[in-house]
Design a binder for this molecule. Structure first.
Ligand SMILES: [Ca+2]
Ligand SMILES: [Ca+2]
Ligand SMILES: [Ca+2]
Length: 308
C-alpha cells in the first residue's frame, strides 16, 4: 500500500464518521415530540397566556318561546281561551263573550272558571243581555245594578232586591269605594234609596209604574225622590170587575163579564120575572113585564101562572 493510498483511506473514514454523526443528530431531532417540527421547520413559540385577553362575548338574553299550557297549546293563539273574537265561530270552543268594549273567546262552565291567560279573573255566569241562560266564563267586570238572579252573575258580589228587581252590587271596603247615591253595607255597594235608577242625577223624573195582582195589572206614574226612591205610583189596585161604569181590572173593558141574573118586577098586582142588566154608572136594572090587573086577553097579566 502506498502512502497516498493510506492517506486517501483515512480521509474517507473521517468523511463516513461525519456523515453518521449528522444522521444520528437528525434522527434524535425527529424523535423529540416536545419540539414540533414541520416542513417549514420554524414554528412560532408558545403564546404567553399571561397576557391573553379573551374576545368580548355577546351576552344578549336568550329568548325563550311563550309558555305552553298543559294541553300543549300556545296562549293566547287565535281562537283560544282569552283571544279576541267577534262571533262565536271565531273561537275553538264556540263561545265569544263580552269583555269591556270588545269580546274574547271563552268556554262553557258549570260553576268555576280558570283565569284568562292575561291573569284576569274569570267568573261563571250568564249574560242577561244575550237572552241566553247558557253559563260561560266572563272576565271580572263591574256589574253594579245589572240584572241578576244569582251572585255568580255579579262576579262574586251579592245579587240584591231593589225597586227594579234583583240587581248586582259591587264589592267595597267603605262607602268611598261606591258611586254617589250608594252606601257600603256588608262589603257591598247598595243604593241608599233602594233604587238603582233614581238618584241625585234625576230628581223629579217620572216613569211608568204598575200595580199587579190576581185580577190584573194597572199602570200609573211615579216620581224619583233621591231620599226615598220612586214614590207616588198613581196606578189603581186591580179588583174584580163590578157593574159601575168603571174598569176595575184595568183590561180596557168596562163592566165586562158581569153576569146577568133573574129578577122580579113587582107592584101591587104581583111579581113578574125579568132579567137583571148592567147599565154602567147606574148599576143594574131589572128588565121584565110589569104586573097588571088580570084582564080577558089570553095573557097572564099579573104573572101568577094563571091566564085570565
Ligand atoms: Ca166596572
Ligand atoms: Ca174591565
Ligand atoms: Ca094571572
Amino acid at each position: 500500500m502506498s502512502a497516498q493510498h493510506a492517506q486517501s483511506k483515512i480521509a474517507m473514514h473521517r468523511h463516513t464518521t461525519w456523515l453518521l454523526t449528522l444522521l444520528s443528530l437528525l434522527v434524535m431531532q425527529a424523535c423529540d415530540s416536545d419540539t414540533p417540527t414541520g416542513p417549514l421547520g420554524d414554528l412560532p413559540s408558545e403564546p404567553d397566556l399571561g397576557s391573553y385577553v379573551p374576545p368580548e362575548l355577546d351576552m344578549a338574553p336568550i329568548v325563550s318561546p311563550p309558555p305552553t299550557r298543559l294541553d300543549g297549546s300556545m296562549d293566547p293563539s287565535e281562537g283560544s281561551y282569552g283571544a279576541p273574537c267577534e262571533v262565536a265561530s271565531d273561537c275553538r270552543e264556540g263561545v265569544c263573550v263580552t269583555a269591556g268594549e270588545g269580546h274574547i273567546c271563552s268556554r262553557a262552565c258549570a260553576t268555576t272558571c280558570e283565569p284568562f291567560p292575561d291573569g284576569q279573573a274569570a267568573y261563571c255566569r250568564y249574560d242577561p243581555a244575550q237572552n241566553s241562560d247558557n253559563f260561560a266564563c266572563y272576565p271580572s267586570q263591574n256589574r253594579l245594578c245589572q240584572a241578576c238572579v244569582d251572585p255568580s252573575q255579579c262576579d262574586g258580589a251579592p245579587c240584591v232586591e231593589t225597586s227594579e228587581g234583583l240587581r248586582c252590587t259591587q264589592p267595597c271596603r267603605d262607602s268611598a269605594d261606591c258611586p254617589s247615591d250608594f252606601t257600603c253595607q256588608e262589603e257591598a255597594c247598595l243604593p241608599v234609596n233602594g233604587s238603582c235608577d233614581c238618584g241625585s242625577s234625576n230628581v223629579g223624573e217620572t216613569r211608568v209604574c204598575q200595580q199587579q195582582n190576581a185580577y190584573g195589572q194597572c199602570f200609573g206614574e211615579e216620581t224619583c225622590d233621591p231620599a226615598e226612591g220612586w214614590v207616588g205610583c198613581s196606578a189603581e189596585t186591580p179588583a174584580q170587575e163590578r157593574c159601575d161604569g168603571v174598569d176595575q181590572n184595568c183590561n180596557g173593558l168596562i163592566d165586562e163579564d158581569v153576569t146577568s141574573a133573574t129578577c122580579q118586577v113587582s107592584n101591587e098586582h104581583g111579581s113578574c120575572e125579568g132579567v137583571e142588566v148592567c147599565v154602567g154608572e147606574g148599576g143594574r136594572e131589572c128588565f121584565g113585564p110589569t104586573p097588571s090587573a088580570e084582564t080577558c086577553d089570553l095573557v097572564d097579566n099579573d104573572c101568577d101562572g094563571q091566564i085570565d
